[in-house]
Design a protein around this ligand. Structure first.
Ligand code: GDP
Length: 295
């Protein structure tokens, strides 16, 4: 098996933070993701068609932030269940007129058990019934005490509809990322996580990978779960072909022999071992399935 390489602390450099949006249904997770995306697209793609590859980068004051495009706890928990931790910061969306609801509490618990810092976006501030103080009170009861009340949880009032408060939210994300020292070594073989994957009619297996350490390059031998191959092409979140992907870059990767699973680790490896490791993993999985079916 492939052992994960520990990086020398001296090799680590700042990388863009990776953010997941969580919260109760209908509190505005999707609307917030869309609003942030629309207001922070580069001139290059403004008005054009943007790719949907499961994650996207936005710019705030020249710095990048990566958003995972699957709102909700599903992606977060299923990936964690498979041992993958891709999120650096959780944005907890709470509707200002509805307040803390069961899935809000669930999201807080997920983020806490993953030790991921939470920033609260108090959304729907444009609604007549918006009551941010009540939301803060309810969150304080859940252990998230707002900064302006002497606690340490950053809470930003926003409206996804009116696109207000969005740049404040992005600035707070960068601030928390700096405090957390979100870093990686870009100068090593790539290591990342499969965000989503599918079989494309024309292109074959297509996997969206979030590179977390190292740099992934065209021609690299890769292994992801029980699949393997060579990077034939990479496409970024704007639909551009790229030759390399550094830490915190989401890219579509072409060249795997089969479709990996979301949450699988992708590693660039020595060409000789990619296939044999993948085959061993397939054999192991089969024998486990056999044992399971004999129970
Ligand atoms: P999700 O289930 O958390 O992804 O929530 P959605 O983004 O689908 O939003 C749920 C509903 O709330 C939709 O009808 C949105 O149009 C509405 N909504 C989202 N954000 C806002 C906001 O800032 N203001 C208002 N008034 N409505 C919003």
């Amino acid at each position: 098996e492939i052992a994960e390489i520990e990086d020398d602390p001296a090799s680590l450099v700042l990388r863009p933070p990776v953010v997941t949006v969580m919260g109760h249904v209908d509190h505005g997770k999707t609307s917030l993701l869309d609003a942030i995306r629309q207001t922070n697209v580069t001139a290059h793609e403004a008005g054009g068609i943007t790719q949907h590859i499961g994650a996207y980068q936005v710019l705030c004051q020249g710095k990048k932030i990566v958003f995972l495009d699957t709102p909700g706890h599903e992606a977060f928990t299923s990936m964690r269940a498979r041992g993958a931790q891709v999120t650096d910061i959780a944005i907890l969306v709470v509707a200002a007129d509805d307040g803390v609801m069961p899935q809000t509490v669930e999201a807080i618990n997920h983020a806490k058990s993953a030790k991921v810092p939470i920033i609260v976006a108090i959304n729907k501030m444009d609604r007549p019934g918006a009551n941010p103080d009540r939301v803060k009170q309810q969150l304080a009861e859940q252990g998230l005490v707002p900064e302006d009340w002497g606690g340490d949880t950053i809470m930003v009032p926003v409206s996804a509809h009116q696109k207000t408060g969005l740049s404040d939210l992005l600035e707070m994300i960068l601030l928390v990322a700096e405090m957390q020292e979100v870093k990686a070594n870009p100068n090593r073989l790539a290591y990342g996580t499969i965000i989503e994957a599918e079989l494309d009619k024309g292109r074959g297996p297509v996997a969206t990978v979030l590179v977390q350490k190292g740099t992934l390059r065209i021609g690299d031998s890769i292994i992801a779960g029980t699949t393997y191959g060579k990077v034939r092409a990479m496409i970024n979140d704007r639909g551009d072909k790229v030759k390399k992907a550094e830490p915190s870059t989401p890219v579509e990767v072409l060249g795997l022999n089969d479709v990996p699973m979301a949450g699988d680790v992708l590693a660039a490896v020595d060409e000789k071992i990619a296939r044999s490791v993948a085959e061993k993993r397939v054999a192991k999985k089969r024998s486990e399935e056999m044992k399971e079916s004999q129970k």
